[in-house]
Unconditional design. Structure first.
Length: 300
């Protein structure tokens, strides 16, 4: 039962964090800092959203392990205390916990947080690529995920949208479609298209490639059935980029691994980078895996 409360809390917390992203975007005071490396930016929105999310999760679930992307955030400040969210989603709690997760306790959870996935796109005004990601893992596996799109529009108005899922239960908050039979549509990076990524995609001979910013946005395309695979043959993503999306995709019957079909571990002690890339698909997963050249990660 503990899992459903964590997901219910993460849902409300992600939505509040999305409000922070909208407010800072509206103010125009993004406070951009270059953390070094390729397209590795941080904004005031990253910092404040993580302050809200992690402070709230630690307050509600003190025995869980919470790992956030930003490593320069002080959670002992009065500002951090003022941002704590204690509300939970009654809609999530209306669902029963799958039996396979009933015995899990708070101390078993590792919660991976990306307060602003798609920071580069956020600074460029590509708001539809921006998400808030909260992934819940236990015993190394992604089992629950919340993806919030703060700039999702309905009838031209930014109202936001929450997608959430639990393995063994399903995924909610969106409508699904199916890529037409016989067509292959891959989603991949917009800003990190190096040789290994391009070669991996070419090996699958897709009918269409959708390049979009943010791992969360790519996972949404797969979950919605707009793309049937997410392929990124590069060490560019980290555990907080993929945990929430993996849980949602698996909850729908899909699969996410590295590009060679090896499971991604979300234990608290693992290395943060997904060093051998990401492959996710709702169908024909084995086809995509079979097409990846064995030396793909060596191609620069």
């Amino acid at each position: 039962m503990a899992l459903m409360r964590v997901v219910a809390a993460a849902t409300t917390i992600a939505e509040r964090a999305g409000g922070v992203l909208r407010d800072i975007m509206a103010s125009g005071q993004l406070g951009i800092v270059d953390k070094g490396g390729l397209n590795n930016l941080q904004t005031e929105a990253d910092r404040k959203a993580q302050l809200l999310i992690v402070s709230s999760l630690m307050a509600q679930f003190p025995q869980a392990t919470v790992i956030g992307e930003e490593d320069d955030v002080d959670y002992s400040t009065e500002e951090a205390k003022s941002l704590i969210v204690m509300d939970v989603s009654s809609d999530v709690l209306a669902h029963s916990c799958p039996k396979e997760h009933e015995e899990l306790a708070e101390k078993n959870f590792v919660i991976w947080v990306d307060p602003l996935d798609g920071t580069k796109e956020y600074t460029e005004g590509r708001k539809q690529d921006v998400t808030v990601l909260i992934g819940i893992a236990a015993h190394g596996k992604a089992i629950g995920g919340v993806i919030y799109q703060p700039f999702f529009e309905v009838d031209g108005k930014e109202v936001g949208r929450t997608l959430w899922g639990v393995t063994g239960l399903g995924a909610f908050g969106f409508n699904r479609q199916t890529v037409p039979e016989g067509r292959r549509i891959i989603t991949t990076t917009r800003s990190h298209m190096q040789k290994s990524v391009q070669d991996a995609i070419d090996s699958c001979k897709p009918d269409k490639v959708i390049q979009i910013g943010g791992s969360g946005s790519k996972c949404i395309l797969v979950a919605e059935g707009i793309a049937d695979a997410y392929l990124f043959a590069s060490p560019g993503t980290k555990k907080w980029d993929t945990c929430a999306g993996e849980a949602i995709i698996v909850a729908l019957g899909g699969k996410m691994t590295d590009v060679f079909g090896n499971p991604i571990s979300y234990d608290a002690t693992v290395s943060y980078p997904n060093k051998t890339g990401v492959l996710a698909a709702m169908r024909d997963f084995d086809f995509y895996k079979s097409k990846i050249p064995s030396n793909i990660m060596d191609r620069k």
